[in-house]
Design a protein around this ligand. Sequence first.
Ligand SMILES: *[C@@H]1O[C@H](CO)[C@@H](O)[C@H](O)[C@H]1NC(C)=O
Ligand SMILES: *[C@@H]1O[C@H](CO)[C@@H](O)[C@H](O)[C@H]1NC(C)=O
Ligand SMILES: *[C@@H]1O[C@H](CO)[C@@H](O)[C@H](O)[C@H]1NC(C)=O
Ligand SMILES: *[C@@H]1O[C@H](CO)[C@@H](O)[C@H](O)[C@H]1NC(C)=O
Ligand SMILES: *[C@@H]1O[C@H](CO)[C@@H](O)[C@H](O)[C@H]1NC(C)=O
Ligand SMILES: *[C@@H]1O[C@H](CO)[C@@H](O)[C@H](O)[C@H]1NC(C)=O
Length: 178
Amino acid sequence: MLAWNFFPFLASLASAGIGKRAVQTDVSIYAYGVGINGFLVYADSSSAAVIADNATALANNLQNITWTIDPKGLLPWNVTSTNSSSTGQFYIVPTSTEHQAAGFNTTAPPTGAETVGFVIYGSTVEYATETTYESRFYAQNSSTGVWSLVWNSDSETLDNGVPVVLKTVAPPPRPNFD
Ligand SMILES: *[C@@H]1O[C@H](CO)[C@@H](O)[C@H](O)[C@H]1NC(C)=O
Ligand SMILES: *[C@@H]1O[C@H](CO)[C@@H](O)[C@H](O)[C@H]1NC(C)=O
Ligand SMILES: *[C@@H]1O[C@H](CO)[C@@H](O)[C@H](O)[C@H]1NC(C)=O
Ligand SMILES: *[C@@H]1O[C@H](CO)[C@@H](O)[C@H](O)[C@H]1NC(C)=O
Ligand SMILES: *[C@@H]1O[C@H](CO)[C@@H](O)[C@H](O)[C@H]1NC(C)=O
Ligand SMILES: *[C@@H]1O[C@H](CO)[C@@H](O)[C@H](O)[C@H]1NC(C)=O
């Protein structure tokens, strides 16, 4: 029965999960990497997935989004822009050998886009393939300081790019050392 049976983790999540780890609403997703200290994932005006600190996000009119996710990876993850009713489905393009932008499928998604298979492992977003869980998210900086979220299939070094981990938990407040 499909590939799901190959995953003991997924299988146990699926059986243990009824009611316990069902669909979660009003989720925010944060990116962590070098120079990216738990910044929110936003949508830009082209429905691309981008990452920015608060001030840069405000300066660039990025749209706050809330996520409705299925931690078990069986349903697509939907996002709603907090100041509009427009929704989209989160996608990555894992088929390419190169890095490809991630985004929200509101109109036609790019060829090879996948919207199903995203799981929460601990509090980390991973993508379930037939054999393993993967996190190949990178952030690529731009001249505005807004980072593009990409899926870097071959994990080659990326110009202005750093690996990032996506999590459903916000960064803790900074300790006050004074
Ligand atoms: C982002 O900046 C705005 C405006 O300065 C502020 O009201 C808001 O609290 C900030 N949010 C966070 C999460 O720091
Ligand atoms: C997104 O939401 C957070 C938390 O409410 C807020 O601090 C921040 O300013 C918002 N960012 C934008 C770009 O509206
Ligand atoms: C959401 O709010 C931001 C900031 O006010 C604005 O720039 C953007 O156009 C709005 N998006 C939509 C879809 O209304
Ligand atoms: C996302 O939206 C699709 C299409 O409306 C729906 O089938 C799916 O169940 C939704 N996903 C979640 C996690 O609710
Ligand atoms: C993209 O969105 C459309 C409309 O919601 C949906 O029919 C289609 O299956 C989605 N395709 C992918 C690859 O996400
Ligand atoms: C990202 O790019 C902006 C604009 O060039 C720059 O100011 C910022 O320092 C860069 N961030 C990192 C972590 O390299």
